[in-house]
Ligand binder design. Structure first.
Ligand code: PGA
Ligand code: ZN
Length: 398
């Protein structure tokens, strides 16, 4: 196809912030895309948007639109032409001037405008037979809510069926509400940035609530429903220690050094049969990741890797899963590279939403088209449901 017109506009995100949507008109069709941005942003991510959001909107509408006109794009690899062009306008290491979100939204819109086929088919090399399984955020803490220090309490059902797993996540989510009503005097039904419940419980009591709900639903479905955590260790690390404010009932304030943190997380994995732990340590502690990676549990790098192929190459054998957030690196070509490196090294790539989302459902297509075994999303909230519902539609076709 040939690009005819490119437009950018400001839209709202789910966090009360801004996002940018890019629309591409080609000789085949018109398509639009946007992508989420984070709150607990890792040190090694590129900038989501330039400080003055209008500057990039004007640049796209007045300059990119003219200069990209007639550019020929037929396949995924042709995005190199787009990245070379856009990066020519911003030579900064962290995409200060353009913003990672803008380039990714542009690339997604271009790909969609290539064909009348759905995006996942444009990305797939062969006929897709497998759906990703949803890793659902059911209770929030850390920078996403008050209450526990751990940022996310997650659910993963041990089934290969997407629709069953998504339904189980929803049932656990509802069961957690029931438990919180019984155990948290301050609970009034509030939810955090990614749709997970807010509560005033400490880290371990909250874990207990989620486990209990997961076990109950698991028994009903006769499927193991396991619990995971996003510790977001970088947010707890003060440069010397991990600073907890809501550690346990009698002992809310607690500081742990690196060895103590390793021991604490190891014990938490074992005594709760956790299936997944994300960023248990700060963004530079590769050694502790390596040590923890001996556990029978996915040890996942999010802020540690920042969807950067160079950082993933440093982490081989130190993690068993990696979070893939397209806007962290601001390049779909590098996102694909990260997924390839992960698969070649038996690391599970997990496509992920961000706390500040839009209704765009492209990440559902990335997960299916690039055959990622897991997708991390919220369980409720329009911007989260947009991804899950698209996956339900896609699963009918597969
Ligand atoms: P963020 O949180 O989108 O606010 O960065 C998600 C995560 O840490 O996994
Ligand atoms: Zn994370």
């Amino acid at each position: 196809m040939k690009i005819k017109e490119v437009r950018a506009r400001r839209i709202f995100n789910s966090n009360g912030g801004d996002a940018i949507e890019v629309e591409v008109e080609s000789d085949v069709r018109t398509a639009k895309a946007s992508i989420g941005a984070g709150t607990s942003v890792g040190k090694y991510e590129v900038n989501a948007y330039p400080e003055n959001i209008n500057s990039i909107i004007n640049l796209v509408n007045n300059v990119f639109s003219k200069e990209l006109r007639n550019l020929q794009i037929e396949k995924f690899g042709d995005l190199k032409k787009v990245e070379d062009y856009v990066n020519g306008h911003d030579t900064s290491e962290n995409m200060n001037k353009i913003g990672g979100n803008v380039l990714v939204a542009l690339e997604l819109a271009i790909l969609k405008a290539c064909s009348n086929e759905p995006l996942y088919k444009i990305l797939a090399k062969k006929k897709i037979k497998k759906m990703p399984i949803p890793l659902g955020n059911c209770l929030g803490g850390g920078k996403h809510s008050g209450g526990p220090d751990f940022q996310e309490y997650l659910i993963l059902a041990e089934t290969k069926k997407f629709d069953v797993a998504a339904e189980i996540n929803r049932e656990v989510f509802n069961a957690v509400k029931g438990e919180l009503k019984k155990r948290d005097r301050n609970f009034i039904g509030g939810r955090g940035m990614e749709g997970g419940w807010n509560c005033s419980l400490n880290n371990l009591d909250a874990l207990n609530v989620v486990r209990k709900a997961a076990d109950k639903v698991g028994r009903e479905y006769k499927i193991d429903v396991r619990v995971g955590l996003d510790v977001a260790g970088g947010s707890l690390w003060n440069g010397r220690k991990y600073e907890y404010k809501n550690f346990s009932r009698g002992n809310p304030k607690k500081n742990l050094n690196s060895e103590e943190q390793l021991e604490f997380i190891r014990k938490t994995i074992r005594s709760n049969n956790l299936i997944y732990v994300e960023d248990p340590f700060h963004d530079n502690d590769f050694d502790s990741f390596k040590e923890l990676n001996k556990e029978a549990c996915y040890i996942c790098g999010d802020d540690l890797i920042a969807t950067n192929p160079i950082r993933l190459n440093e982490a081989l054998k130190k993690i068993s899963a990696v979070i893939v957030k397209p806007n962290q690196i601001g390049s779909l070509l590098k996102v694909k590279e990260v997924i390839n490196i992960a698969k070649d090294n038996k690391i599970v790539p997990i496509i992920s939403h961000r706390s500040g989302e839009t209704e765009d459902n492209s990440i559902a297509h990335l997960a299916v088209g690039w055959e990622c075994p897991i997708i991390k999303t919220g369980i409720v909230g329009g911007e989260r449901i947009a991804k899950l519902n698209e996956l339900l539609r896609i699963s009918e076709e597969i």
